[in-house]
Design a protein around this ligand. Structure first.
Ligand SMILES: *Cc1c(COP(=O)(O)O)cnc(C)c1O
Length: 352
């Protein structure tokens, strides 16, 4: 190992951190699927980060983001996402835990009717978050929607400032160098658990969207110098500069931890082969992966991220890209509340 886990931990302690989740999350073997697939399959349970039943990967990011926000004395946090955004819901949860006021600026995606209060939108209501939703415009380019969404957010921030509030603007997905520190440290946590189990993963698979989570994992991997290949399975087409952005998030996080390791875009391995037909749109391979995990192991995956990511892992094994006997970690990033979203998002998971 290039840098020790202990050294990384010591460096992370210098950063302000809000204690939100329950760590370490479990790492355990999936015996039945291991046997079926002819590999050694482990699952890292970041669906169990807490603080409530509906945790997920954003909690690790939010521990560092919120630590900084609280230290700077903000009383309100405004963030962005799709109507069923896991990040928005987990931000609202974190705000409540810390006594801050959550403001969510959302856009209709697969679910067009924001009056249909289910899944994360329901949780946001229960949490009492201030929710604003931009109008749905058919065939609008994503960049234009994001511009309108941010304009709405900035207008609400002005209003909040006039009401005397100190409002922090958090990017969608919590995608920032400080957020990715949560996943550098998450990767160190995984490696510590692997050492205790006397295993050395050949592969680590994770769903990826903004690249903040994957960038952090790659940062942990480069700092520690373990043998694993860290693979992101895309949840959507992803911009052409995804690899570059993810490497920058990685390097920003490593710099905050004063580590000398650095990534280039070539260190970011992402497979865009499994998101079709689109973000938040169900697919046959995703449905099959959800059923397989539930029926062989009794565990729940989600239709937007982890179902498709696991479908990618299965395909890598079936194609022989992952050799028989390999040790593979599937990183469960959460999102399971989407099982209770509309059929536009879930697809026919309840049939057959
Ligand atoms: C947000 C999210 C991701 C993607 O994380 P990024 O850091 O944006 O790449 C993956 N899985 C789930 C369940 C998520 O909510």
């Amino acid at each position: 190992m290039k840098e020790s886990i202990e050294l990384l931990k010591t460096k992370a302690q210098a950063l302000p951190r809000a204690r939100l989740g329950f760590f370490p999350t479990p790492l355990h073997r999936l015996d039945r699927l291991s046997e079926q697939l002819g590999i050694n399959l482990y699952i890292k349970r970041d669906d169990l980060t807490g603080m409530n039943l509906f945790g997920g990967n954003k909690i690790r990011k939010l521990e560092y983001l919120m630590g900084d926000i609280v230290r700077q004395g903000y009383d309100t946090v405004l963030t962005y996402g799709a109507v069923q955004s896991n990040h928005a819901m987990q931000t609202a949860t974190a705000c409540r835990r810390l006594g801050l006021h959550p403001v969510l600026c959302l856009n209709p995606c697969s679910e067009r009717d924001a009056r249909n209060v289910r899944a994360n939108l329901l949780l946001n209501r229960i949490l009492g978050a201030e929710v604003h939703v931009v109008d749905y415009v058919p065939d609008e380019p994503e960049a234009e929607m994001k511009r309108r969404r941010q304009a709405m957010g900035r207008a609400h921030m002005d209003e909040l400032a006039r009401a005397g509030r100190r409002c922090y603007e958090l990017p969608s997905g919590g995608a920032s160098a400080l957020g990715s520190v949560g996943y550098v440290m998450g990767y160190a946590e995984l490696m510590e658990q692997c050492q205790a189990l006397r295993i050395a993963p050949d592969y680590v698979f994770s769903a990826t969207g903004t690249g903040g989570t994957l960038g952090g994992m790659v940062g942990g991997h480069l700092a520690l110098g373990d043998r694993a290949r860290v693979i992101g399975i895309a949840d959507s087409p992803l911009d052409d500069d995804y690899e570059q952005n993810s490497a920058e998030l990685c390097n920003g996080a490593l710099a905050l931890l004063s580590s000398d390791a650095r990534a280039t875009a070539a260190d970011i391995h992402v497979d865009r082969g499994y998101y079709a037909p689109g973000y938040e749109q169900p697919s046959a391979i995703g449905t099959r992966a959800i059923h397989l995990m539930a029926r062989q192991e009794g565990l729940m995956l989600d239709p937007v991220y982890t179902g498709k990511a696991f479908a990618g892992l299965l395909d890598w094994v079936q194609q022989g890209k992952v050799k028989p006997g390999s040790t593979v970690v599937f990183w469960h990033t959460g999102g399971v509340s989407a099982l209770f979203a509309d059929r536009e998002i879930t697809g026919p998971i309840g049939e057959a």
